[in-house]
Design a protein around this ligand. Structure first.
Ligand code: ARG
Ligand code: ZN
Length: 852
């Protein structure tokens, strides 16, 4: 029963105000909702509602009886509603039993909501669709003294204690919003407060609520928030609009975070940090996600989506904005490398999977399944292409027009592109195809040089393979950045080519000599590239291109090419003397950007390499990667050691320079761990570490090198940190990447630890997502045991938390990419899942799409 974009109908009724009252109780919270409605079109009033007990419904003061409305498992319909009026609906819900973590749930003593995408319907009957914008007020009542903080959206209007001892807090949000942005939190917290003065001089109270005792670990998140607020003012002229901005950290959360108006709810993993418990990557993620949710206040909240098919309107755009923010706060090159990795591993794989969809999907069974790397990250790449085509100034003007034109509205991706077109005067008709075409486009490029006429001719053709749900593909408008490199030191020349045809030629005159063309510089479009580079060309680009991303990309292509050749010839890959020389040069004289050097020295991971193959040669890829890493370690042992020792240790701080130093040192350590001296290097690094980043680096190197001492080090680590559950998630990550067959029993033991919980998504992901995504050796075992482990977890979790189950399931869907034996195992497991009684829509949609 999929919903289709083509079936969109405006709502028959709009809601002007909704006044909510919550009488909190663990297993029976009473929700009273008073709606003032107005007719918009002829038709019934259909209110969404799921898992609710209806206590009463009153229309304009008159209580309705059973015959006066129609109730189904997911709706309440009034067929004779007047054109205007007031409805009062009283429902009972059970937050304690809500393990799906959608709607209002009680976990760890905290009441918390998650309403996006369609969770509000689990709180009360309401038109739970993003194009119904209402003014919300919320009253929270409790007699529970363990809940000192009662929070909701907007401004706190009053706070009182009733004569019977119950406390009542009332909130009002002046900005009309769709129900998915509603939030309520009740619990006991420590609160870090601060203040931000906006560009126009308004003072905003900032509050960050965290678990008791965690205040010292909250400062970085707060500082990040202030940086994000300032950045949006300077880059896009966008200011915050309420007097108060609250962030609450909770440990039970299905996703990263949620941008509820004025009251963000965060997974505690993306708020809490100090040097002893968080890594450089954690710090990075906190800043970026704090930024992301803050940026939604304009791109998402002030201007929202007409329907959920338009999700990328807010998510692609907001990811793009958070990427630009992170680039400005740190290294643009490193940020771009990270974004490209996500595209080449996860997003290209999704495009090639049964779940392939355009960034604006056309049909959906369970919306939660579409919070994907395609909607988010490919969506951000599409926005980035707009900025490339329009220029930074043109893009900013377009964004400004979009926000002015549509402030307070629920709109479509077309409205966004239209604003970009109107502001820039550039025709974007063909560009719009990026919104409805799925699949990864492939470019094939050729160059010819005519020395006599000093003319360079470039030929580019594009082709998008059919995807699971869409056979026919049209040519896209693709911005292709190139750089022409000359061997003799003549300054490089940069160009932007706009490819619009299926096949197109570009000519350049006055080219003094045959250049080396750096294609798709800065990953200017989310495409795959077929070139005729030789390995020597790639080493040349890696050593001399001006763009850091291009250099890194050349190395990635170098390894892909080398490995593909070896697999084709059925030989083991061999390191060339040139490669050794290039690596040695980087190690002797690390570039100014140490973090880039670390990336240049890193081989592509299994998933990136796998992306090139229709049928993934699992064993051969893994074997090539292992052999190459060992050869590199052996050939350059002294150089890694020298580079490692040259980088001085200093006390921990999170700064671009310090992070870069640790990254390069970690890379060296990774190779040193593979040498005969491996044990010593790792033990020494671990002992000297005064922060979590370095400690984890030692443990990771030990695991990746399968050192005999790894297990013991890991246990020592677990004992030291068992009281900090966030650190224990890192321990689970490490256990899950154990290379030996022991991984199964060790993962089982993790689930038996006192801190593990089958209800907490963080605990489960830390173990099982790490296994399926970072342990290809064991996950893709020929005997299917790795797949079975994941399938069993999905089956066990589906009744508890379908959203989580469906996410964990993803790697099993791509069975077509493996050999016959693995295909049969996976089909059998997926079929068994499909036959499970009471299967959720979430898992059903993905499994049924994947089976033939
Ligand atoms: N809007 C949130 C964010 O990206 C994510 C919410 C995800 N919700 C879900 N049901 N999958 O900032
Ligand atoms: Zn978002």
């Amino acid at each position: 029963q999929p919903k289709r974009l083509a079936d969109y109908q405006p709502p028959c009724f709009t809601i002007r105000t909704i006044d909510l009252t919550f009488e909190l109780a663990a297993t029976a919270t009473r929700v009273t909702s008073i709606l003032r409605f107005k007719r918009n079109m002829p038709g019934n009033m259909v209110l969404d509602g799921q898992q609710l007990i209806l206590e009463s419904i009153t229309l304009n003061g008159e209580t309705l009886t059973a015959g006066q409305y129609e109730l189904t498992a997911d709706s309440l319909t009034l067929s004779n509603a007047p054109d205007e009026g007031e409805l009062e609906i009283v429902t009972l819900i059970n937050p304690a039993q809500n393990t799906a973590l959608e709607g209002l749930y009680l976990a760890d003593g905290v009441y918390c909501t998650q309403c996006e995408a369609e969770g509000f319907r689990r709180i009360t009957y309401y038109p739970d669709r993003p194009d119904v914008l209402a003014i919300f007020s919320t009253t929270i009542i409790t007699d529970n003294h363990a809940l000192p903080f009662l929070l909701s959206n907007g401004n706190k209007i009053s706070e009182q204690t009733l004569s019977d001892g119950r406390r009542v807090v009332r909130w009002e949000d002046p900005f009309p919003k769709p129900a998915y942005l509603f939030a309520l939190v009740a619990g006991d917290f420590d609160c870090l407060s601060d203040n931000f003065v906006t560009a126009s001089g308004r003072s905003v109270l900032l509050e960050c609520y965290v678990q008791k005792g965690d205040l010292p670990r909250t400062e970085f998140a707060m500082a990040s928030l202030k940086r994000a607020m300032r950045w949006d003012e300077t880059r896009f002229g966008l200011e915050y609009d309420l007097d108060r901005y609250m962030v609450v950290a909770v440990d039970f959360f299905n996703m990263g975070a949620m941008e509820n108006k004025g009251l963000n709810v965060f997974n505690s993993k993306f708020v809490l940090a100090d040097a002893q418990s968080a890594t450089d990557l954690d710090y990075f993620n906190i800043e970026s996600i704090i930024g992301h949710e803050y940026f939604h206040n304009w791109t998402g909240n002030r201007v929202t989506c007409r329907d959920w098919f338009q999700l990328s309107l807010k998510e692609g755009l907001t990811v793009f904005r958070d990427q630009e923010f992170s680039a400005d706060m740190g290294s643009p090159t490193l940020n771009r490398i990270d974004a490209v990795k996500v595209m080449r591993t996860a997003q290209f794989a999704e495009d090639a999977s049964p779940m392939a969809h355009p960034i604006r999907p056309e049909q959906v069974i369970e919306m939660n399944n579409f919070y994907t790397v395609t909607v988010y990250d490919k969506g951000a790449e599409v926005i980035r292409m707009l900025q490339t085509i329009l220029g930074k100034a043109g893009f900013s003007a377009g964004l400004k027009l979009y926000l002015q034109r549509h402030d307070g509205q629920a709109v479509t991706c077309d409205d966004f592109v239209q604003a970009m077109q109107d502001a820039s005067g550039i025709d974007l008709t063909q560009f719009r195809r990026w919104y409805n075409q799925s699949g990864t486009p492939e470019l094939t490029v050729k160059q010819q040089y005519d020395a006599a006429n000093q003319q360079l001719t470039l030929d580019i053709s594009q082709f998008t393979p059919a995807s699971a749900e869409q056979a026919e593909k049209l040519p896209l408008l693709i911005p292709v950045r190139i750089e022409l490199l000359y061997q003799d030191g003549t300054p490089a020349r940069a160009e932007l080519l706009l490819l619009s045809e299926q096949q197109q030629q570009f000519k350049f005159d006055q080219i003094p000599q045959q250049p080396l063309v750096v294609w798709l510089e800065d990953f200017s479009a989310p495409v795959k590239l077929h070139t005729s580079y030789q390995t020597t060309d790639l080493l040349m680009i890696a050593s001399s291109a001006s763009n850091g991303l291009a250099r890194w990309d050349a190395m990635q292509q170098y390894w892909s090419l080398l490995i593909a050749e070896a697999i084709k010839q059925q030989q083991t890959p061999v390191l060339s003397a040139e490669l050794i020389a290039v690596f040695r040069g980087w190690l002797l004289q690390p570039l100014a950007d140490l973090a880039l050097t670390a990336e240049l020295l890193t081989l592509p991971d299994f998933d990136t390499l796998a992306g090139q193959y229709h049928e993934i040669p699992v064993a051969a890829l893994l074997q090539c990667l292992t052999l190459l890493q060992q050869q590199i370690a052996k050939s350059l042992q002294a150089d890694f050691a020298a580079c490692y020792q040259q980088i001085t240790r200093e006390s921990y701080q999170y700064s671009e320079q310090a992070v870069a130093k640790r990254a390069l040192k970690r890379r060296c350590l990774g190779y040193l761990a593979l040498t005969t001296e491996g044990e010593n290097w790792v033990a020494q690094h671990y002992q000297q570490a005064d922060n979590m980043t370095d400690r984890l680096a030692a443990l990771q190197s030990a695991q990746a090198a399968a050192l005999p001492s790894a297990a013991q080090l890991l246990e020592q680590f677990a004992q030291q940190y068992h009281a900090n559950v966030q650190v224990m998630d890192k321990y689970s990550n490490l256990v899950a990447v154990t290379l030996s067959d022991d991984v199964f029993s060790k993962m089982q033991q993790v689930t038996e630890r006192s801190w593990f919980s089958w209800k907490n998504p963080n605990r489960i992901r830390a173990l099982y997502s790490a296994f399926s995504q970072r342990n290809p050796q064991q996950f893709h075992r020929a005997d299917g045991k790795g797949y079975q482990l994941l399938a069993d977890v999905v089956s066990k979790l589906d009744p508890v938390n379908p959203q989580l189950a469906a996410r964990l399931l993803t790697p099993l869907l791509s069975w077509r990419r493996y050999d016959k034996a693995r295909q049969q195992q996976l089909i059998a497991m997926l079929s068994a899942l499909l036959a499970q009684p009471g299967l959720s829509d979430d898992v059903f949609e993905k499994v049924s799409k994947s089976l033939p």
